[in-house]
Design a protein around this ligand. Structure first.
Ligand SMILES: Nc1nc2c(ncn2[C@@H]2O[C@H](COP(=O)(O)OP(=O)(O)OP(=O)(O)O)[C@@H](O)[C@H]2O)c(=O)[nH]1
Ligand SMILES: [Mg+2]
Length: 388
């Protein structure tokens, strides 16, 4: 029997009323659930994956994929900086020691490659060379050794070392060396503490998979960062479960560089190979992908000296035309996406970035829409759209 209040209403209207109550109940429970999540997040905020407890809940997972040196860990650092997941004092100290390691290792690679470049170091610089090759690791809180500063400064003043620096691409010289050498006096000062900019330029090869929790827009997000070296790739599969979005990084400067592990392989070709298997994998069919071309700053410099056609003969743009170069590589990557796998601007997004530039990264990450359906599956975006 009809409720007296419903008397005279059409069956359709009668159906609508419970529906309104159902929606209200859903909204209420959703807000309640969201508040519960926020409470739990507050308790578990800034916990890394290694100290996660049952208090915290993970609701999204970003997977960073790409070849070695393509900027995956740099993007992760940017996410942490932009989303206030600050670095602990022990991490900052580890970065300080890493700065010393990057400087010494970089200079060692450079010195070791001189004979291959047909260059010879004058005898007067042999003691400086020995100081660099014999330098040990830096101990906790120990200052950078002054003799290393004097040795590296003397080496950098010599035309032979300067020429090797210029020809860095031929010897797979770490791309952060110009930044490190420019900042040498600051690094070697006793009060040196790495800045965010330093941290972004420092290089530590990722081994295995690191999982870091970042709170993005109130949502606990697990960011999985894999090692891109050839020997690391067989471990990628361990990170493939429950992915919300993939960020696939490609270093734009890779077009003229060889893989450190296999000098016969071109970095960009290697990246195209991996991209082909990732973007067409059935496993990732429904996962949005952001294809991120990194190192745009270095690419703009590199293209002034190295013509893309020397490495990719079907490039028909003019030498030094950075825009044509970028378009060419974007199209090369898009041409690998098989029909029906991913659709541009629907579940495949392209960004060209300088990963070390925090301002640009913020714009890009905002653009990519952290709390929008680009990064979150529609269900989560729906959930997200309710006011608290
Ligand atoms: N100038 C500049 N340097 C960059 C950019 N992206 C990354 N780098 C530098 O490139 C080096 C390698 O970057 P990582 O983020 O460690 O590379 P990765 O992809 O994590 O490498 P693996 O851990 O070996 O897989 C670091 O020294 C970064 O500072 C960029 O857009 N511009
Ligand atoms: Mg890494």
């Amino acid at each position: 029997m009809d409720h007296p209040k419903d008397a005279g209403k059409s069956p359709r209207r009668a159906l609508q009323i419970p529906l309104v109550y159902a929606v209200k109940l859903f909204l209420f429970t959703t807000r309640w659930a969201r508040r519960q999540i926020s409470d739990k997040l507050r308790k578990g905020k800034h916990k890394s994956s290694t100290d996660r407890t049952t208090e915290t809940i993970s609701t999204a997972k970003i997977l960073l994929l790409g070849t070695a040196d393509s900027g995956k860990s740099t993007i992760l650092k940017q996410m942490r900086m932009l989303h206030h997941s600050s670095f602990s004092s022990s991490e900052i100290e580890a970065y300080r020691r890493l700065a010393f390691d990057n400087v010494i290792q970089g200079m060692r690679v450079l010195l070791a490659s001189l004979p291959g470049l047909g260059l010879d170091l004058p005898d007067a610089l042999r003691p400086a060379q020995e100081t660099v090759t014999g330098a040990g690791d830096l101990c906790d809180d120990a200052p950078f050794p002054a003799d290393c500063f004097n040795a590296i400064t003397a080496l950098l003043k010599h035309s032979t070392v300067q020429e090797a620096c210029r020809r860095g691409r031929e010897i797979a010289l770490p791309e952060n060396l110009p930044y490190l050498f420019t900042n040498l006096p600051r690094f070697f000062s006793p009060s040196f503490v790495p800045t965010h900019d330093d941290i972004l330029h420092l290089r530590a090869r990722t081994i295995g998979t690191t999982e870091t929790t970042v709170i993005i827009d109130g949502i606990e997000t697990l960011v999985a960062d894999v090692g891109g070296a050839i020997s690391e790739r067989r471990k990628w599969i361990n990170a493939f479960a429950d992915i919300t979005v993939i960020i696939f990084t490609v270093s734009l400067t890779g077009y003229s560089r060889s893989l450190v592990e296999d000098p016969s392989r071109n970095e960009m070709q290697d990246s195209l190979l991996i991209w082909d298997s990732i973007c067409n994998a059935g496993w990732f069919k429904r996962i949005p992908i952001i294809l991120c071309f990194t190192k745009n700053d270095l690419f703009e410099e590199e293209i002034q000296h190295t013509h893309v056609a020397d490495w990719f003969p079907d490039f028909h743009g003019a030498p030094r035309d950075a825009a044509a170069g970028r378009d060419y590589f974007i199209n090369r990557f898009l041409s690998h996406v098989r029909t029906g796998r991913h659709v541009l601007d629907k579940d495949l997004y392209i960004r060209v970035i300088t990963a070390t530039d925090t301002k640009m990264m913020k714009e890009v990450l905002d653009l990519a829409g952290y709390a929008s359906p680009i990064l979150w599956p529609p269900a989560l975006a729906f959930f997200h759209s309710f006011p608290t």
